[in-house]
Ligand binder design. Structure first.
Ligand SMILES: C[S@@+](CC[C@H](N)C(=O)[O-])C[C@H]1O[C@@H](n2cnc3c(N)ncnc32)[C@H](O)[C@@H]1O
Ligand code: SF4
Length: 406
């Protein structure tokens, strides 16, 4: 959830989209994202749209959340009408979706199924903080139709977890992977963070090895971002903690890529590795390949046919809108064809499948040639018609993408 948003224009009270937005709904996979904005405690590095019980005060309680989300799913059905295909991916993110009882998450999945229909091979993921699930809740989630779980591990080293304000023990995420596997989850992912102040190269290597050893089929490794307004940023500003250094971050990324590749995991997006093509996160691929999705919940973003909107951020404001029978959309923007094409280039270039050269303008094609000459890109296994980042290119992805979008 980005902290700053474009101004946008108002969303109509009934959430209706402009004519034409529904035309391409059938042509691409359709997903639903459910944002659950609650956490037991706030990690010092995190600026996601999430609230502890103390931060919420009286407004927008957890108990009412499932009912409100289901009301928004019904609104989505009314807005999209007969044009909406069966849902191919569902992703519960947060926050900590698993702070809600499994029966609430099951009710929301049930409502998506009854309103839209779930495709027979639908991927249904929830993120989970390792503290918020146990053997029993994971079994209930599997029974409710979840097919994939993504656990926030971050590190295996106690000192690093402490700097990140993580409350779980180093062994807990590993134990959760075992519980998820015995509950029947075919897809289990672990999130790791590198570059935490004080984390040594050896700490990072041990974390990656521990993640691999737990037996997931997917790993995400994120560079720590020091977000403005977080406790981490205040500690860095006061000089208590050193800011992450670019060269060190590049070394950590390459170390992760080496260890994961040696264990049979291939990168399919710059920060994501999977043990095979069936283990890639299809919901995230839908975002990265220009698909359509409806985002349910406070602060959730949606995209349907070039129309993009975002919901009011605070759970109390969200509850007030839904209860009054109004769209929770705060504002929206309609992307021009040129904006959509730039976005496509930005997202596809981050994928191992690369960006088609045919998507680039004349300046972008010249930049692609330069990137190939500089060893930052290559034609890729799918042939000369695509630009695929090399390993050095992945480290300099932002600069390469700037050139391609010219
Ligand atoms: C919504 S959380 C995952 C589920 C759960 N809330 C948890 O933290 O265990 C999504 C992921 O974003 C990553 N993340 C959050 N803030 C970050 C930051 N400032 N820098 C890098 N990664 C971050 C973490 O790896 C985290 O697991
Ligand atoms: S538990 Fe996850 S969403 Fe919640 S504050 Fe920590 S990183 Fe952010």
């Amino acid at each position: 959830m980005p902290g700053t948003l474009p101004d946008g224009v108002p969303v109509p009270p009934d959430g209706r989209l402009e004519p034409g937005a529904l035309d391409e709904l059938d042509a691409t996979p359709f997903g639903i994202y459910v944002h659950v904005p609650f956490c037991a405690t706030r990690c010092g590095y995190c600026d996601f749209n999430t609230y502890t019980a103390a931060e919420l005060g009286g407004g927008g309680s957890r108990d009412r959340y499932a009912g409100l989300a289901i009301a928004e799913i019904r609104l989505a059905r009314r807005v999209l009408g007969a044009a909406a295909p069966a849902v191919s991916t569902v992703f519960f993110g947060g926050g900590t979706p698993t702070l809600l009882p499994p029966c609430d998450l099951a009710a929301i999945v049930g409502a998506i199924g009854s309103e839209f229909g779930l495709a027979p091979d639908a991927e249904v993921t929830t993120e989970a903080n390792p503290e918020s699930v146990d053997q029993r809740s994971l079994a209930l989630l599997r029974e409710a139709g979840f097919t994939r779980i993504s656990l926030g591990m971050q590190s295996a080293m106690p000192g690093v977890l402490k700097v990140l304000d993580r409350t779980h023990t180093p062994g807990r995420p590993v134990q959760c992977v075992g519980w998820a596997r015995s509950a029947g989850f075919g897809h289990v992912s672990l999130d790791l963070i590198y570059g935490t102040p004080g984390e040594s190269a050896d700490d990072w290597e041990r974390s990656v090895r521990s993640a691999i050893g737990a037996g997931p089929d997917h790993v995400s490794a994120y560079a720590l971002i020091v977000e403005d307004g977080t406790r981490l940023a205040a500690r860095v500003r006061r000089g208590e903690l050193a800011p992450p250094d670019d060269d060190m971050m590049a070394d950590r990324y390459l170390a992760a890529d080496d260890l994961l590749a040696a264990a049979g995991f291939g990168w399919y997006e710059i920060s994501n590795w999977a043990s095979g093509p069936d283990s890639a996160c299809r919901h995230n691929l839908l975002y990265w390949t220009g698909g359509n999705w409806w985002g349910v919940g406070p602060g959730a973003h949606s995209h349907v046919g070039g129309s993009r909107w975002w919901n009011v951020r605070h759970p109390a404001a969200y509850a007030a809108r839904i209860t009054a029978g109004l769209s929770p959309g705060q504002a929206k923007e309609v992307l021009t064809a040129a904006e959509r094409s730039t976005e496509r280039i930005m997202l596809k270039t981050r994928l191992a499948s690369g960006c088609p050269v045919s998507a680039l303008g004349p300046a972008g094609r010249r930049a692609a040639k330069r990137a190939v000459a500089d060893g930052l890109a290559e034609p890729g296994p799918l042939g000369a018609g695509r630009v695929v980042l090399t390993r050095p290119g992945r480290l300099l992805a932002d600069a390469v993408i700037r050139g391609l979008t010219d």
